[in-house]
Each structure stands twice: as structure tokens, then as C-alpha cells.
Design a binder for this molecule. Structure first.
Ligand code: PAF
Length: 306
């Protein structure tokens, strides 16, 4: 199938319905554009697993608590379209808030509270505590995107760990799609790919590497047998607190099987380590499920830099 680009939500909805009517499985990758290798990995996975692959490009105002951050979010739809066509995507579509939520915006263009979707308990703590209303905005647009595309599968990156839990809840609440969460894609040096990285200088990119190396050092502790939640969280924080150019927001651990808003204590059976920090003009997040696959790679890279 050839590549299509649509600038209307209604047209995208009709296109997706027609593919489903043809009996095709629809894979979906929701994005805010400024696409990088992390997004393209999700697209490629969908292309392998589904008959058609749909990508939305929409910088969702509902999930930004800071208007300046929304304003500065990188945008390049033509470059996105070229990358998606090359990756084998079948449909890229864009839209506006009024198109996504007809009849649900007030005169100022703000969404009516009744149209918001609750993100559920996984929104408690960490990103949910640092970014007021962020996950309600994510849950609301993801729910709406699922209605528009009605995919059989949807693909998300693990870099947004807490978001992936919320998206699973949204999908479960409406009986689909099946959610696949793919490993974080990193630069050679270990920095987690993010559209926001575009705004980092070379020096800030170097400073930002401490996020992944701190995660790798806690992973090494885990592999050596450390299981105490407080010891792991403290080790993560201390690797970041005095790092040059980095202002730590949080360094925390959570049970990888069961989200809690509050910090866990005592011995852990499974563990994800999560960090958020301001580096130069950008707030970065990263995480690692301790003792798992892509960790070794970071550890090797972090080790090879010292
Ligand atoms: O992860 C993102 O890029 C966004 O939060 C998403 C899922 C596309 C919703 O706007």
C-alpha cells in the first residue's frame, strides 16, 4: 500500500474504517511528531506485525502544564512524513483540538471537564506529581485516538514508563487495542532518544548521559544482589545529585509489577528505577527495569566512557 498523508481527523477515521472493512489489521503509533529512531522502531514493529500501520502526529495541548513548553515543542511535519514513508507507514494523519473534540470545547477553546478521561491510579506520584494534569491530557487524547483509529494493536516506548501503564488502563477500559511497549532506543553513548533532545547543546547532551549511567550503576547493584528499595533509590539519587549541569527532579524506584504513588520500602522482587531531571532547557526522563535486557547495553556504554 502506498503512503497517505491526511490533515483531517474525520478523513483519517474514514480511511482506518475502510481498512478494517477490508479485513486488514491496523497497527497504530501515536506520536507528537519530531520523529526519531525511537518512534521509527515502533513503526517498524507495527509494519512487521500488522497489515497497515497508522501514525498520528499531534502535539496535544491537553498534556502540557506549561504553555511555553508547548510553544517550544519541536515540529517538522514534512520531515516526519518522509521518515514515515521510508519506514513503511501507510497513513500519517494530523488534526486540531476542535477536530478531535467537536462539541467538547468551550468558547476559549478549553476542553469541557466532562470530556476528560481519568488516567487512573498509575498517574499517582513521580511524573503525575511533577506535571499537574499531564496524564489526564495523555489519557484523554489516547482514548480519543483509539476511537478514531480503532486499531488492533498500538505501540508505545518504554521511555515513558508511567505513561505506558496509563495507556494500558485506557485500552483495558474500552476493550482494546492490544498494547505493545517497546524497549527504549538510545544514542551510541546511552542517552534515551527523545524529541526534546533536539534542544540540547553538545555540552548538555554530555551532561545528560549521567541519567543513563546512574540507572546502569543501580542496575549493577541489583545484579550484585541488592534488593532494598531505599538503598537502591538512594544510590540512584546520589549518582545524580551532584552531577554537573543536571537539576534532579526525582530519582525513585517502583515495583515493576505494581505501581504505587508512594516510594516502596524493604526488599523488592522486581524493580524499575526512574529518573527525571532538568538539563539545560529540557526536562528529561529515563528509566530501567533492573536486571533486564537493554540495561546491559547502557552499562557497557557507561563503563566504556570512564
Ligand atoms: O508519548 C507521546 O508522544 C504522547 O504522550 C502521546 C502518547 C502521543 C499522546 O499525545
Amino acid at each position: 500500500m502506498s503512503f497517505h498523508r491526511l490533515g483531517s481527523v474525520a478523513a483519517a477515521e474514514a480511511w482506518c474504517a475502510a481498512r478494517r472493512d477490508e479485513g486488514k489489521s491496523v497497527g497504530f503509533v501515536p506520536t507528537m511528531g519530531a520523529l526519531h529512531d525511537g518512534h521509527l522502531t515502533l513503526v517498524e514493529r507495527s509494519v512487521r506485525e500488522c497489515d497497515v500501520t497508522v501514525v498520528s502526529v499531534f502535539v496535544n495541548p491537553l498534556q502540557f502544564d506549561d504553555p511555553a513548553d508547548l510553544e517550544r515543542y519541536p515540529r517538522d511535519e514534512d520531515a516526519d512524513a518522509r521518515a514515515l514513508e521510508e519506514a513503511g507507514c501507510d497513513l500519517m494523519f494530523t488534526g486540531t483540538l476542535p477536530e478531535f473534540f467537536p462539541g467538547s470545547l468551550d468558547e476559549q477553546g478549553s476542553i469541557e471537564p466532562g470530556a476528560l478521561i481519568s488516567p487512573g491510579p498509575a498517574a499517582e506520584g513521580l511524573e503525575g506529581a511533577s506535571r499537574s494534569g499531564h496524564f489526564t491530557g495523555v489519557a484523554t487524547i489516547v482514548h480519543r485516538l483509539f476511537e478514531v483509529v480503532n486499531p488492533s494493536r498500538a505501540y508505545f516506548g518504554r521511555k515513558d514508563y508511567q505513561q505506558s501503564l496509563i495507556v494500558r488502563e485506557v485500552a483495558a477500559s474500552r476493550g482494546g487495542p492490544q498494547i505493545t511497549v517497546c524497549p527504549t532506543v538510545r544514542t551510541e553513548a546511552g542517552l534515551a532518544r527523545s524529541s526534546r533532545n533536539e534542544r540540547l547543546s553538545e555540552a548538555e547532551r554530555e551532561d545528560a548521559l549521567v541519567l543513563s549511567s546512574a540507572l546502569a550503576s543501580v542496575d549493577a547493584l541489583w545484579r550484585a544482589g541488592e534488593r532494598d528499595a531505599e538503598v537502591l533509590a538512594r544510590a540512584l539519587a546520589s549518582a545524580l545529585e551532584s552531577a554537573p549541569g543536571v537539576r534532579l527532579d526525582y530519582a525513585a524506584v517502583r515495583d515493576a509489577e505494581r505501581w504505587t504513588g508512594a516510594d516502596p520500602s524493604g526488599p523488592m522482587e522486581s524493580c524499575v528505577a526512574l529518573v527525571a531531571a532538568q538539563v539545560g532547557p529540557v526536562r528529561l526522563i529515563d528509566n530501567l527495569v533492573l536486571g533486564e535486557g537493554d540495561v546491559c547495553e547502557i552499562a557497557t556504554r557507561a563503563g566504556s566512557r570512564t
